[in-house]
Design a protein around this ligand. Sequence first.
Ligand code: KDG
Length: 315
Amino acid sequence: MSDVVTIGESLVALIPDSHTKLRYVQNFTKTVAGAESNVAVGLAKLGHRASWLSKVGDDELGHYVIRELRAEGVDTDAVIFDSDHPTGLMIKEFSPSLQSSVHYYRKGSAASTLKCDDIDWTFLAKARIIHISGITAAISASSRQVVYAVAEFAKQHGILFSFDPNIRRKLWSLEEATEALVPLFSLADIVLLGDEEAQILLQTDEQEQVVSTLHARGARWVALKQGAEGAYVSDGKTGISIPAEPVKVADTIGAGDAFNAGFLAGILEGKTVAECGRMGAVMGALAVASYGDTDGLPDRKDFDAMMNNIQEVYR
Ligand code: KDG
């Protein structure tokens, strides 16, 4: 039985060792990326039982993904190996100004063939929280159906459904994203979104307006992630700004997932919304301080030390 089940695609990510155009890069580090598996890793490192449900190719990259996630303590027993479709790949690119972008090689990947028949509903029924991001809805029509079906299932079974729109403009147009993602707000108990996403999907990034709109649609917890400004979090009774933790930025990719892991850990532990927000902010800061999506995420002991005094750990 898992505290949290996350569902979505994980990819092998190649991270260049230099800040230049990919054509000039000589060396890459191989790592695992994927919004939902990042959340599962963050939760597992904090000591929660986290499962990741997906499909990977029955290929070397697929076995690598599973090996890495298991090493981080994520349960992957429900993952399906697909011998007809490959594991997806992405390559990061860093410009000289440290901006990062990604190139996807994921069309027709194993995860994009995920369909409702692949889901082990009995396994899912035992979760306390199911977390999915909009990337799962973007990668194919069948995985989009999975997202809606899982959200409905969570509602019927009293499982908390956690949703992060995670809009990826390289995967679909803003019109397609809006049409597919806005209805999911009404099915979500926990909404974790960025301020740009709020602007696109709700036509406002004004924090109180965003949270009141989402609470009116049924969300019990809302976290509006504001990047370097921190976050605004609400449980419908208390709304509070959480400052970002001071950090030297290496790579911002993965910060939102890390925030989500910290925030969901807080909910599992019965914390106040302010504490959940601070847990998210600490996890987010640690993710941006390192290059891989999850390499910088702390184990519980380090996390607790940072929650008490982040300065001490950095020395
Ligand atoms: O949130 C970070 C993710 O974007 C990254 O790990 C890769 O899941 C990914 C994606 O589809 O972009």
